[in-house]
Unconditional design. Structure first.
Length: 146
């Protein structure tokens, strides 16, 4: 069923009106539309979710097949993220380690970690260069479970 221009305008007006509502008003509207209190009371979160809900009620939601595909994609992304780098500092971050009376400085760069004029792919490679033995880079630099 196709919506008329008037119905489209009503939806647009409702979405735009969210911008001018207080946090309490957004929370009340949330409770009306979802029949439960919001999980997070932040303006941006509630406005985005309410805008979606307004459109969903007016035009219909996702079909079951699409929802299943989205859930599967989200699970795959979570698995991939867990396999990914545990510690990825911002470029320019300086990591300092004192080892056997000497201070070592390592910098996070675009392609890994810079130390002693060379770039290494991991902190473990830098730790091995410094110590001459195989190390877990996070443990060696005292970063722990970041």
């Amino acid at each position: 069923m196709e919506k008329s221009n008037n119905e489209d305008l009503t939806v647009v007006k409702q979405v735009i009106a969210l911008k001018y509502k207080s946090l309490d008003e957004l929370s009340k509207l949330w409770s009306q539309m979802y029949h439960r209190p919001p999980a997070f009371r932040t303006r941006q979160y509630m406005m985005q979710k309410l805008a979606y809900r307004i459109q969903e009620l007016a035009y219909g939601g996702l079909d079951v097949s699409t929802e299943q595909k989205l859930v599967a994609a989200a699970k795959a992304m979570d698995k991939q993220r867990q396999k990914g780098k545990r510690y990825a500092p911002s470029v320019g971050t300086k990591i300092v380690k004192e080892y056997k009376g000497r201070t070592y400085e390592v910098f996070a760069v675009e392609d890994g970690f810079a130390y002693g004029g060379a770039v290494y792919k991991s902190l473990s490679a830098v730790a091995a260069k410094i110590t001459g033995t195989k190390w877990n880079g996070l443990k060696f630099f005292g970063i722990g479970d970041m």
